[in-house]
Every structure is written in C-alpha cells, then in structure tokens.
Design a protein around this ligand. Structure first.
Ligand code: GTB
Length: 217
C-alpha cells in the first residue's frame, strides 16, 4: 500500500528542505518505498480534518492503510522497522542506531530550534542579543561534543542508519547560520548525507513543490 505523507503547500523555507517532511521523504527514498504527498495550507493544518491525524495541527503525518502517524521521528522509525536499509540487523547495533535517532531529536535538535526561534521571533526584544549568545553557546557545546564523537568516521556508528538520516536533517537547520564551517568533520558529514542518491530524490521532490516544476531526477 502506498503511504501518504503531508507537507507544506507553501513552505516558509522556500524549498530548502528544512521542514520536517524532508526527513520522512528521505527515509522513504532510502528504502525504495513510493509515496504520495498531500499538501496543506497553514489554515488547513489547523482544521479538524487534519487535527484528527495530527493533534498539534502540524506536518508531517503518515497514513498507510488503517495506520496514521505523526511526529517525524516516529514516522522515520516506523519506515526503518518495516523496511531494510535504515537499521542494522545486529540487535546491539540496531539499539545504538535508535539511540542516535533519539540523540538527534532530543539532544541536538532542541538547542538548534531554540536558537532559530529566537532569531525569528525575538529579534526585536531588548534582551535578544544576550539571550542569543546563551543559545548559541548551547549549540556550540552540542556541536563540539558531536564533532568529537564523530571524529573522522563517515557515520555515527559504522554504517549509515536512520540515526544519521535524522542527525543530518537536524544539522542542516544550521545552514543559514554558517556555523557548521567551524566543525569541518560535521560539514563533511552533512555533505555525505546530502550526496546520497535517496537524499537528492527527496530534496528534488520537496523543491518541486516550491518551484511548481516536476523534479528533474
Ligand atoms: N516534533 C514534530 C515532528 O518532528 O514531526 C514537529 C513538527 C513541526 O514542527 N512541524 C512544523 C509545522 O507543522 C513544520 S517543520 N509547523 C506549523 C505549525 O506548527 O503551525 C518545522 C519547520 C518549519 C519551517 C522551517 N523553515 O522555514 O526553515 C523549518 C522547520
């Protein structure tokens, strides 16, 4: 059965692949699962038809037969569990890959989102500069730790996994800040993720929504 996901009809990122449907598209492309996309306006996201699928009125959602899911991490995990290629077969390696999925969403993404929100929503506050310094320091702490752990490895735990997929999408949110350049191994790690054919297909598909032109690949 072909799953259907939801995405922004008009993404505020202007097709840069920063919204969270990107990670779901990428996971589906990695495992070779075709999918349909239902595009939603901001007002449609808040209507009861969509809230029945997503309690917080957000994207992405995932529908497959009688299963409906929300939360991008849960969706990627479901895809990784149902198909080969995103989680290792070995039980311990699988558990570690899942730990990296949680680390991406629970430990690395929150300070990055806090900093983005401050830039977007608090720039006119008298205390903005001081708060931004605090938030940026927190991001640097996490990036330093992650960079130290990754070292010169290609991926976080041996082979590419759903943990890497989520971590790369989380780190990409830093692109507009330019801070990743200070962590060459993390920049290279993100570039490695972006070079994967499945990533490119997913990126082109979400970009096509913004440009109105079909994907080139
Ligand atoms: N924890 C949830 C998940 O992982 O699925 C969070 C889902 C979420 O935040 N969805 C956002 C949304 O629906 C879109 S991705 N927002 C509308 C709302 O809450 O009303 C977040 C996002 C949006 C835009 C950019 N951007 O423009 O760069 C980046 C990320």
């Amino acid at each position: 059965m072909t799953p259907t996901i939801t995405a922004f009809e008009s993404s505020p990122d202007r097709g840069r692949g920063l919204a969270r449907d990107m990670r779901v598209r990428w996971a589906l492309e990695e495992v070779g699962q075709p999918y349909d996309v239902r595009l939603l306006s901001f007002s449609e996201m808040k209507e009861s038809a969509h809230r029945n699928l997503h309690p917080f009125g957000q994207i992405p959602t995932y529908e497959e037969g009688d299963l409906t899911l929300f939360e991008s991490g849960a969706i990627v995990f479901h895809i990784a569990e149902r198909h080969g290629g995103l989680l290792p077969e070995d039980a311990n390696a699988r558990a570690r890959a899942i730990a990296w999925m949680f680390a991406a969403l629970n430990t690395v993404e929150p300070p990055i989102v806090d900093r983005s929100m401050a830039v977007l929503l608090e720039h006119d506050k008298s205390w903005h500069k001081e708060r931004l310094t605090i938030l940026e320091d927190r991001v640097h702490v996490r990036l330093g730790e992650l960079s130290g752990r990754l070292g010169d490895a290609d991926w976080l735990d041996d082979a590419f996994s759903a943990g890497d997929l989520l971590m790369v999408t989380v780190l990409r949110r830093l692109n507009t800040w330019g801070v990743l350049e200070k962590y060459p191994n993390l920049s290279a790690y993100v570039a490695r993720g972006e070079a994967r054919p499945a990533y490119k297909r997913a990126f082109d598909a979400q970009l096509a929504v913004f440009t109105g032109k079909p994907p080139t690949s």
